[in-house]
Design a protein around this ligand. Sequence first.
Ligand SMILES: NC(=O)c1ccc[n+]([C@@H]2O[C@H](COP(=O)([O-])OP(=O)(O)OC[C@H]3O[C@@H](n4cnc5c(N)ncnc54)[C@H](O)[C@@H]3O)[C@@H](O)[C@H]2O)c1
Length: 345
Amino acid sequence: MTGNILVTGGAGYIGSHACVALLEAGFRVVVVDNLCNSHPLALQRVQDITGLPLIFEQSDIRDRTAMGELFARHDIAAVLHFAGLKAVGESCEKPLLYYENNVSGTVHLLQAMQQAGVRRMIFSSSATVYGFPDSMPVNEATPLAAYNPYGRTKQMIEQILGDLCSSGAEDHWQIALLRYFNPAGAHESGLIGEDPHGIPNNLLPYVAQVAAGRLEWLPVFGDDYPTPDGTGVRDYIHVQDLVNGHLLALRKLLGLAVGETFCRAYNLGTGKGYSVLDMVKTFEQVNGVKVPYRMMPRRDGDVASCWADAGRAREELGWEPQKDLSAMLADSWHWQRKNPKGYRQ
Ligand SMILES: NC(=O)c1ccc[n+]([C@@H]2O[C@H](COP(=O)([O-])OP(=O)(O)OC[C@H]3O[C@@H](n4cnc5c(N)ncnc54)[C@H](O)[C@@H]3O)[C@@H](O)[C@H]2O)c1
């Protein structure tokens, strides 16, 4: 294979796992990250796990000049675009920051790609783009109806990428939009994992920090949803399975003819829904720990249930999640125990 794979946001939670998978699959990796929500130790750990080097460029994707220079310095075959801000609550408080970072940042990145003649991108989208779907499971034909600024940045970027693909016969973009459901778990080594700053936004890091005694109890928002036990149901997907989906999408793009335009969305979820209480109880069982929790009122903007129809990824990419809920919860606890303060020792 010629060329490197550029991983934007490669020091982050999912990006660092993707770097491991790419290096292990024999790709050369260049990471660009401004470290606004990550730590450089993650990249050292990626190299420790794989025994292979990667190139790190500390830069901001909004910096058009820096992006131009980066593409001039490295021969890039494709971009895995993870860089972005992802906290829904913060996006409601600071919408301009989110539109600037996620949307403008992606536009600058795309301009640099266009100038350098790089046309392949795998974009980290989210199930949030579906808003409040009428029925489950959600497939890719479900209308997009994001309802918060974070989700709208993902929907807008998907639209921008779609426009690029339909922009002209000579500009053959090849793009996979990967809509993640709820990424969870960590690399089985316990060396890399999710390292939230402050109070975690996602369920699993919260559960793990309560189990470790770092937080006192878990707030469970809503116990009167129309679900089997009244708590919200989500489709949790092991981060290793998620990054395997990226590798398969990358191989698909690399296998296309140069003159073939391609833009396709794929759901990445297991197709199984688990409630918050399922997660808490299974975490306790699998790991032999207690997770005290308290019922709280529903939170604005939470859907009762959401799980994926990932049939398209299975049929077109050959993707099949391998890791079950127990593995996800055990790996998450392993990471937490080995790194009680995350990367900040
Ligand atoms: N984790 C989830 O639950 C989830 C779900 C759906 C989609 N996603 C998307 O997947 C991607 C990766 O998520 P994650 O959980 O690994 O998040 P993360 O915050 O751990 O990683 C994102 C990385 O991007 C970097 N970054 C942010 N803005 C940047 C900029 N302007 N220039 C350079 N680097 C920048 C951050 O420093 C961080 O290392 C994000 O785009 C996120 O929206 C995540």
